[in-house]
Design a protein around this ligand. Sequence first.
Ligand SMILES: N[C@@H](CCC(=O)N[C@@H](CS)C(=O)NCC(=O)O)C(=O)O
Length: 209
Amino acid sequence: MKLYDYWRSSAAYRVRIALNLKQLNVEKLEVDLRGGVQRGDDYRSVNAAGLVPSLDLEPGVLRQSMAIIEYLDETWPEPPLLPTAPLARAQVRALAMDIACDMHPLNNLRVLNRLKSQFSADEQAVNDWYHHWLKQGFDALELEAGQCNSGDWFVANQLSLVDVVLIPQIYNALRFNFDMAPYPRLMHIYDAANHLDAFWSAAPEQCAP
Ligand SMILES: N[C@@H](CCC(=O)N[C@@H](CS)C(=O)NCC(=O)O)C(=O)O
């Protein structure tokens, strides 16, 4: 398998965590997002949307980090990233989607670039935008996390897809100087997860080319 990756991509970071948890080795191909390689014909022949990650299964390419992670989980079930019962599975997926569908896309590189090119947003305005959507998402997640569990993981003291998606989102928030102090439950999960090699070694600093 080959992972089309970018060290700072949080969607790719999710997949790196899942691969590590499943103890799967892949060849990594760096797609330089800052250099615009994702918009070139070569990469678009792999992923027409021009987004990372993509997982080349040789043959067949999978895109969309959540689909990739569920594929990995179904193919290599240990450790499971979703509970067994249908209701619990749907609840975990919903929490992961709160991040992957309702937070992350609003602060994607191409959205931030569009704010600058279409609305002449300066650095301060882009930062405010970024922080606004982080606050909306994290305020809700902190409440959810308090209701779900008080242990090291988001749901029922069991590592799950939510943790795999949450940790990269918190990493991004810290990188953009967002104040995480109002979110002690989320930060507890972040710190606990980073004690595991599968999370720590997937972090951008460990994956920079
Ligand atoms: N829903 C997609 C999102 C992928 C995505 O947005 N990737 C970002 C990096 S985190 C990207 O490739 N951005 C390139 C760009 O904005 O030009 C997934 O989960 O795979």
